[in-house]
Design a protein around this ligand. Structure first.
Ligand code: SAM
Length: 432
C-alpha cells in the first residue's frame, strides 16, 4: 500500500519504503488499485524471489519480501480490518506464528491443463487472468513428492497425445490434475479431471503412476463436459486403489475423502490446533461444539479435554470421514451431524447439549448473519474463532462483541507463506 498526495493506492509487487511508478487500474472513493510499472527506489525489505515464475504466476504474491516483513504485514492486516470493519481498535493481535516451512508446504495442488503449440501442459493461471496460463516445471509451494507426481502425469498426458482444455472455446480433453498428500503418512492420491471419452488413456496411467510413486494409495478419474472450472462434486471412478488417503496431526490419524476439506499445510496445522487448544481451555468437563468440522479433525484432537463433542459439517462425505475418524482413534464422546450449521443449530439446537465452548472454522465467506445469531442464542461462555479471512472475521467479530462477547486476543498463524492469506485463532468470552 502507498499514498499519492495522501490518497491510498494498493499496488501488488511493491515493498515498504519504495518509490514506484504505477498505473491506476481501478479508482474508488477511498482508494485506488494499481499495477506496478517501475521501481524508482528499492525498499530495504525487497529480496529476489527464489521462484522463476514470479510475478507471472498467480500463486505467490509475497516472495519479493523478507519473510519477517511479510509476517508482520499479516498481523497488521488483521488489526487494520478489526479496526476498520469491526470498529475494534484496542484488540491484542499477537505477533504471527511463523511458518516452520516457508516453502514446499502444500499438501494439495490443483493444476490446470491447457494446450500449447508443444502439446498439453500443466500449470496455473497467470495472475489476474482467467484465460492465460503459466506452464510449470516445478512449484516451490508443492512438496518434492507432489512435484514428482505432477511430472509423471504431465509426461503421460503428452505421450497419450491428450489435448489440454481451452477455456475460451470449451474444447479439449484434460482439464485438471488434483494431487493430495498425507504429509505425515506419505500417502498420495491423484485425481485426473477430463472430459468424457478419456477412460482408456486414464487406465493406462495406472501402471506408470504406481510404478513411479510407491506412495500412491489411489488414482481417481472425474469426468465433466460442462463449462464450469470446478473439480468438486463430479462423477468419479476409482481407477486404482482407494478413494481416500490418511493424514496425521497431533497424534490423530485422519482418513480423508478426495473431496473433503483439510488444512493445506500439515506441519502448521499442528501449530494452529495447538493455539485452538490454548484458546479453548478445556478441563474435561465441558461440552465442545466443533462447527464447520470438515473431517472432524479439531473436535477429535480436542476430545480428550471435553466431556462431549458435537461436530457439524455440511459435506456428507466429510461427515462420514469424521465419524470413521472418531471411531478409528478410539474417541467415544464424539457425535458428527451432517448439515448447514445455521439450520442444524436452529432445528436441533434444543435436543443438543448446551455448549460450553464453541469452535468455529468457517470458509473464507465467514459466518452468515443467521449462523452468528444461532451461536449467540446458544450463548457458549467461550467462543474460539478460526479464521482464514480477516475481513469476514472482522465483520463477525463485531457481531459477537455487539452480542455480549469480549474479544480477548487474536493469534495469527502463517499457514500460507509467500501468499497474502492469513489464518488466525481468536478467543471470545461472554462478558456477562
Ligand atoms: C475451513 S474448513 C474447516 C475444516 C476443519 N475445521 C479443519 O480444520 O480441517 C470449513 C469447512 O466448513 C464446511 N462448511 C461450509 N459451509 C458450511 C455450512 N454452512 N455448514 C456447515 N459446514 C460448512 C466446509 O465443507 C469445510 O469442511
Amino acid at each position: 500500500m502507498g499514498r499519492h498526495d495522501g490518497f491510498v493506492v494498493f499496488c501488488p509487487d511493491t515493498a515498504p519504503g519504495e518509490r514506484v511508478r504505477v498505473k491506476v487500474r481501478k479508482r474508488k472513493r477511498r482508494h485506488a488499485e494499481a499495477e506496478l510499472l517501475e521501481i524508482l527506489e528499492t525498499g530495504p525489505d525487497r529480496i529476489a524471489p527464489p521462484c522463476p515464475y514470479v510475478p507471472r504466476c498467480g500463486g505467490c504474491r509475497l516472495q519479493h519480501l523478507e519473510y519477517d516483513v511479510a509476517l508482520d504485514g499479516k498481523r497488521r492486516q488483521i488489526a487494520e480490518h478489526l479496526a476498520r470493519i469491526g470498529g475494534l481498535s484496542d484488540i491484542e493481535v499477537r505477533p504471527a506464528e511463523p511458518a516452520a516451512n516457508p516453502f514446499n508446504y502444500r499438501n494439495k495442488m490443483e493444476y490446470s491443463a491447457f494446450e500449447t503449440p508443444d502439446g498439453v501442459r500443466l500449470g496455473f493461471h497467470e495472475r489476474g487472468r482467467w484465460d492465460r496460463m503459466v506452464a510449470l516445471e516445478a512449484c516451490m509451494l508443492a512438496t518434492p513428492l507432489g512435484n514428482a507426481a505432477r511430472d509423471t502425469v504431465a509426461a503421460w498426458a503428452q505421450e497419450e497425445g491428450l489435448t489440454g482444455w481451452d477455456r475460451r472455446e470449451h474444447t479439449g480433453q484434460l482439464r485438471h490434475v488434483v494431487i493430495r498428500e498425507g504429509v505425515a503418512t506419505e500417502e498420495l492420491l491423484v485425481t485426473i479431471v477430463s472430459t468424457s471419452g478419456c477412460e482408456e488413456a486414464v487406465d493406462r496411467l495406472e501402471e506408470r503412476v504406481t510404478g513411479n510413486h510407491p506412495e500412491l494409495v489411489g488414482l481417481l478419474h472425474s469426468v465433466t463436459d460442462g463449462v464450469a472450472e470446478s473439480t468438486a462434486d463430479l462423477p468419479t471412478r476409482v481407477v486404482w486403489g482407494a478413494s481416500r488417503f490418511h493424514e496425521r496431526v497431533r497424534g490423530v490419524t485422519l482418513e480423508l475423502s478426495a473431496g473433503a476439506f483439510f488444512q493445506t499445510n500439515t506441519l502448521m496445522t499442528e501449530t494452529l490446533y495447538e493455539h485452538v487448544v490454548q484458546a479453548a481451555q478445556l478441563d474435561g468437563t465441558q461440552v465442545l461444539y466443533d462447527l464447520f468440522a470438515g473431517v472432524g479433525s479439531i473436535g477429535i484432537c480436542l476430545a480428550d479435554g471435553a466431556r462431549e463433542v458435537v461436530a457439524i459439517e455440511i459435506v456428507a462425505d466429510a461427515v462420514e470421514d469424521a465419524r470413521r475418524n472418531a471411531l478409528a482413534n478410539g474417541v467415544e464422546n464424539h457425535t458428527a451431524i451432517a448439515g448447514d450449521v445455521r439450520v442444524v443449530l436452529r432445528e436441533r439446537g434444543e435436543q443438543l447439549p448446551r455448549p460450553d465452548v464453541v469452535v468455529v472454522d468457517p470458509p473464507r465467506a465467514g459466518l452468515s448473519g443467521g449462523a452468528c445469531r444461532r451461536i449467540l442464542e446458544a450463548a457458549p461462555p467461550v467462543l474460539v474463532y478460526v479464521s482464514c479471512q480477516p475481513a469476514t472475521f472482522a465483520d463477525n467479530a463485531k457481531r459477537f462483541v455487539d452480542g455480549g462477547y469480549r474479544l480477548e486476543y487474536v493469534q495469527p498463524v502463517d499457514m500460507f507463506p509467500q501468499t497474502p492469506h492469513v489464518e488466525a485463532v481468536a478467543r471470545f468470552v461472554r462478558s456477562d
